[in-house]
Design a protein around this ligand. Structure first.
Ligand code: S3P
Length: 448
């Protein structure tokens, strides 16, 4: 997928933010809806699909693997699947652009089928480690040819007959868990993944909804064993994608930090494995009211009313990391405005995301007058009690969440904040700018 030219963008100190918004569909659930739709026999209808570049890359990959994927209107899609075991060999490389989730989940899918596929991605994805999925998928019978260090581009030769395995996850990663379960779908018998730290469980929930047999057992020392019975016949299941808590984080933090603000964000999924940021912001003194709690597409959903608040620094417990793994950059922005220090430790996984998010966040904070101590597995941010200088130029390293986090900072800082490239925001939140402008945010520059 071609990376569009870098588009610098500046967020200007803004007046209060007000209004009611809906955030886009959840990225994790959108990828999975397309993938499971491709494996079910018959038509899966999806509404509220996130139409960001990452998810569109997965839709294209599903087409190349033989599914019939169609868009009917904004967020409304259908997938006619080929059945477990029925994927075609793609005649061209599968291009996942910036998306680690798409690449790793589809590697699991292909590994369980007797087909060969080449995986490519942009410069950021080509730097990210793939050995975490290559190891278990090789145990299941797949073969990989990779660039040095187990990176993209790579060619995957799927197993002739996939073998079920029992796999203790060496890192807390829903992507690795999901890759193993997806390969296990086309393996006879039981595939088991053992988690020491629970991670997002959208794959397990959706597999169940599509008719697979999957059990989750709690073991000693908090271990969780997830057992999938292979070779199910998956039935199509209509999916309504709930709002993405990772995207909602940006308007929520912007409203907390910009004085006089009051916004309502509707339809945010609050799956307990995804809601760690909201717990943390409330502990910091954020005025966030949870309203209208309900269930949508098998996930807990609510509306949030957010009012600007004076925040205090906290220590984020390391065992909360998996439930807010993508939200640390924007939490660090909230921490910069808080009273006192915020300690974020046990987050070494941030170093292998779309960018090294500990390094990128720390250098962006410093460029805006914030003191931060970086450790191998975390960062400690010294809050400025609402008085953040701004005026920094921030390098985003092809990372959408670094770009959005520092634009949020610029809305509430004393001087504007510029990011070097806002184009990657389209990977996860294509309507970020108009939606924030609708609340009263001001941006200037080419990316506007
Ligand atoms: C995701 C899992 C997380 C997260 C990513 C989406 C998923 O990655 O960072 O944005 O949909 O499974 P890891 O599993 O590598 O932590």
């Amino acid at each position: 997928m071609a990376h569009s030219l870098a588009t610098p963008l500046t967020a200007e100190p803004s007046a209060r933010l007000t209004g009611t918004i809906d955030v886009p569909g959840d990225k994790s659930i959108s990828h999975r809806a397309l993938i499971f739709g491709a494996l079910a026999v018959g038509e899966t209808r999806i509404t509220g699909l996130l139409e960001g570049a990452d998810v569109l890359a997965t839709a294209e990959a599903m087409r190349r693997l033989g599914a019939d994927v169609e868009r009917h209107g904004v967020g409304t899609w259908s997938v006619h699947g080929v059945g477990v075991g029925g994927l075609n060999e793609p005649d061209q490389p599968l291009d996942f652009g910036n998306s680690g989730t798409g690449a790793r989940l589809v590697m699991g899918l292909v590994a369980g089928h007797p087909i060969t596929a080449t995986f490519i991605g942009d410069a950021s994805l080509s730097r990210r480690p793939m050995s975490r999925v290559i190891a278990p998928l090789s145990d299941m019978g797949a073969t990989f040819h990779t660039r040095d260090g187990g990176r993209l581009p790579l060619t995957l030769i799927g197993a002739r007959r996939a073998m079920p395995i029992a796999y203790p996850l060496p890192v807390a990663s829903a992507q690795v868990k999901s890759a193993v379960l997806l390969a296990g779908l086309n393996a006879p018998g039981q595939t088991t993944v053992i988690e020491a730290t629970p991670t997002r469980d959208h794959t397990e929930r959706m597999l169940r909804a599509f008719g697979a047999e999957i059990q989750v057992e709690a073991g000693p020392r908090g271990l969780l064993a997830i057992r999938l019975t292979g070779e199910p016949e998956l039935r199509p299941c209509p999916i309504t994608v709930p709002g993405d808590p990772s995207s909602a984080a940006f308007p929520v933090v912007a409203a907390l930090l910009t004085p006089g603000s009051e916004i309502v964000v509707r339809g945010i999924m609050l799956n307990p494995h995804r809601s760690g940021l909201y717990t943390t912001l409330m502990e910091m003194g954020g005025d966030i009211e949870v309203m209208n709690q309900r269930e949508q597409g098998g996930e807990p959903v609510a509306d949030l009313r957010v009012r600007s608040s004076r925040l205090r620094g906290v220590e984020v417990p390391p065992d909360r990391a998996a439930s807010m793994i993508d939200e640390y950059p924007v939490l660090a922005i909230a921490a910069a405005f808080a009273d006192g220090e915020t300690r974020m430790l046990g987050i070494q996984e941030l170093r292998v995301k779309e960018s090294d998010r500990i390094a990128a966040t720390a250098s962006g904070l410093r460029a805006n007058g914030i003191k931060v101590r970086e450790t191998e597995d975390g960062m400690i941010v010294e809050g400025r009690s609402g008085e953040v200088a701004g005026a920094g130029h921030v390098a985003t390293h092809m990372d959408h969440r670094i770009a959005m986090s520092f634009l949020v900072m610029g809305l509430a800082a004393q001087k504007p904040v510029t990011v070097d490239d806002a184009s990657m925001i389209a990977t996860s939140f294509p309507d970020f700018l108009p939606l924030m402008q609708g609340l009263g945010a001001t941006f200037s520059g080419e990316g506007q």
